[in-house]
Design a protein around this ligand. Structure first.
Ligand code: AMP
Ligand code: MG
Length: 401
């Protein structure tokens, strides 16, 4: 808990600065997001007696960047290879995009009554995802697959489903209709047409497993970055051995809003810019509210710091759906997330005029930070928004190097 609390307080420090209208404009000149943290960190050895190596591979529909520190380069390389193999193996089990994955097989058996055999890793994540569905009252729901499909977020043309289709698809989204057998070796989906989608939790889980394999292969420290999820372990290059991780501006990819100084664990970000389409000036993005069957509106980005990758990932998605009020109740109530901190960035909606036609993206976003017992609200000051990313901005976005 204390280690996770360290992460929470560090986020608070970043956003405390934002609240005072003092987001460092210098930070705005740097490149974006978690990748920035990794690049900087990889370049600065924390411990002169270790060798640090970094590699990047495509994985899980995004890029997987990993940096490992070890006593020699052979060990560092072995750790990186082990991490890569772990992520690749989990992707082959868990992907909704691969017809041969265990998750896809589960969908094909839906409603038939037959149990589908699963590997222990798949069962473990499935059980965790159902547990989180219960804890979030279904705001996070691993059976969201048919909705993701209906809105065209799984390939094919983006589309707004008609109300009749939406109703029939919503009836297929129900985590309570997922059954896992008592021995924990197989599962089945209760209704024909149901599909599992672990896109909101799988990357964080994969990072936890990859970090374990890196340690086992001899890495003393490491940082792993998989599409908006960052996991660190061991001593980092920051003051006191922490890991500085950039939080990107949701509308200005080349710019960071601030930094989280993580001492261990994970930071995950969910954004409405990752997958979306626009119709009639409105943005429809890939995080869906299972209660309405529609994309969540008005939230641009949620960043969560948590003790492990799975928790940060699942919370970033769940809190995106829940919003700050219900999100606060969840964070206060749930055991195991005491140290988590969350930052929402929400779009300002203006009605009428030119800005009104771009609902959800008009002005600079406002933020809400939850860290422990504290709740802070802030707006991005003019300094932080003077890079041309929001309406009324004068300059162009700053280029990264
Ligand atoms: P993330 O980027 O971690 O927030 O994950 C977003 C992905 O999670 C989406 O692309 C969907 O595959 C999936 N997803 C969308 N809405 C939900 C939801 N309400 N519960 C669980 N998974 C979701
Ligand atoms: Mg997530």
């Amino acid at each position: 808990v204390s280690r996770a609390l360290g992460a929470a307080l560090a986020v608070a420090a970043v956003l405390g600065a934002a609240g005072a209208g003092a987001i460092d404009a210098g930070a705005a000149a740097g490149p974006a997001g978690p990748a920035r943290g990794l690049r900087d960190v990889a370049a600065r050895p924390a411990d002169p007696d270790t060798v640090r190596l970094e590699r990047v591979w495509p994985a899980m529909g995004t890029l997987f960047r990993a940096a490992a520190s070890a006593t020699d380069s052979a060990a560092a390389l072995a750790a990186l290879r082990a991490a890569r193999a772990t992520v690749a193996r989990l992707d082959s089990l868990l992907s909704s995009y691969r017809p041969d994955s265990e998750v896809s097989e589960l969908g094909r058996g839906a409603g038939s009554g037959a149990w589908v055999d699963l590997s222990p890793e798949t069962v473990r994540l499935l059980v965790s995802s159902l547990e989180w569905a219960r804890r979030t009252d279904g705001a996070f729901d691993p059976t969201v697959g048919p909705l993701v499909e209906a809105w065209g977020f799984r390939g094919g043309p983006p589309r707004i489903p008609n109300p009749a289709l939406l109703d029939s698809v919503r009836a297929l989204v129900d985590w309570r209709a997922v059954l896992v057998d008592r021995d924990g070796r197989s599962a089945r989906l209760g209704r024909a047409g149901m599909e599992i989608d672990l896109g909101g939790i799988g990357k964080g889980y994969a990072l936890d497993r990859a970090a374990e394999t890196m340690r086992a292969a001899g890495a003393s420290a490491g940082m792993l970055d998989l599409g908006g999820n960052v996991r660190v372990f061991g001593r980092g290059p920051g003051p006191g051995g922490t890991w500085p991780i950039g939080i990107r501006d949701p509308r200005c990819p080349e710019r960071v809003l601030g930094e989280v100084d993580l001492d261990s664990g994970s930071v995950a970000t969910s954004g409405d810019y990752e997958r979306f389409f626009e119709r009639g000036g409105e943005r429809f993005s890939h995080i869906l509210d299972p209660r309405t069957g529609r994309p969540v509106r008005g939230v641009l980005q949620v960043t969560v710091a948590a003790p492990d990758g799975l928790t940060a990932d699942v919370l970033s998605t769940a809190l995106f759906v829940l919003g700050p009020e219900a999100g606060r109740r969840l964070l206060v109530r749930e055991p195991g997330v005491e140290g988590a901190a969350a930052l929402w960035m929400s779009g300002v909606r203006r009605e009428g005029g030119a800005a009104g036609r771009r609902r959800g993206s008009a002005g600079p976003p406002s933020g809400v930070l939850l860290a422990g017992e504290r709740t802070e609200r802030f707006d991005l000051g003019t300094r932080a928004t003077s890079a041309g990313c929001y309406e009324g901005d004068t300059a162009k976005p700053t280029e990264g190097p």
